[in-house]
Design a protein around this ligand. Structure first.
Ligand code: ATP
Length: 221
């Protein structure tokens, strides 16, 4: 398959941090992807109580990707009214990028283990591959044994032998990628802000400056 392969990383990005960016970079390199679309969510179906508003989350994501030409900010979910489901976003991207283009939805192991709770989750495999980051010391193969039965069945049926399998078909495989553990979460970053701590080396400098100058996350405990 000679079509360029595209990775897709969605998230609330409240705020975007180095764990997200490293995840995207690992996928880019391990799967030989051509670009990663970074897609901040609008109104997430699973999450209430976001802290920064949509425009602020978008602005931070823009600052975070500005130095990496392979990372492309995709604003579509931010501008969508009502709940936004990943399956709808992938349907749009598939229509825009063509039926033969390998698409690869990226996520952390924690997100993958909840995949069966996502809207029309089995349809995701008709639209994209799914690349799951397995963090050091937390093999996905062990965690999947405790997971939902239907998720486990999909995992076993779709597991590809290597990350490069993304280039063999447009969609349908599960790829497990290794990633160094970066114990960074947006929750921990928000809490650190509330306590007046530094965000240096947890988020890109430009994002840290944005958070500071807009006084984001200062009142959260
Ligand atoms: P929160 O703490 O608010 O729940 P988060 O840091 O987990 O946020 P999300 O926007 O919810 O960020 O995550 C988007 C995606 O990034 C998910 O697939 C999640 O698994 C993954 N992810 C988040 N943090 C890391 C990390 N440190 N390393 C690898 N993947 C991560």
């Amino acid at each position: 398959m000679s079509q360029q392969a595209i990775g897709i990383l969605g998230g609330t990005f409240d705020p975007i941090h180095n764990g997200h960016l490293r995840l995207a970079q690992e996928a880019l390199e391990q799967c030989s992807l051509d670009a990663i679309r970074i897609i901040p969510s609008g109104t997430p179906p699973h999450r209430n109580g976001l802290h920064a508003n949509a425009q602020q989350r978008l602005a931070m994501a823009k600052l975070a990707v500005q130095d990496n030409p392979a990372f492309v900010l995709d604003e579509r979910e931010i501008h969508r009214a009502g709940p936004c489901y990943t399956v709808d976003t992938l349907t749009e991207l598939r229509a825009e990028l063509g039926a033969q283009r390998p698409l690869c939805l990226l996520m952390g192991g924690d997100a993958f283990l909840q995949l069966h709770t996502w809207h029309n989750w089995k349809q995701l495999f008709e639209l994209a591959h799914i690349a799951v980051m397995q963090r050091n010391g937390r093999p996905l193969g062990n965690a999947i044994e405790q997971a939902d039965t239907s998720l486990r069945d999909e995992y076993r049926a779709r597991l590809a032998p290597a990350p490069q399998a993304v280039h063999e078909s447009p969609a349908g495989s599960i790829l497990v990628l290794d990633m160094p553990t970066l114990e960074i979460s947006a929750t921990a970053i928000r809490n650190r802000c509330a306590q007046g701590g530094s965000l240096r080396y947890l988020v890109p400098d430009a994002v840290a400056h944005y958070i500071q100058s807009h006084h984001l996350y200062t009142g959260i405990c």
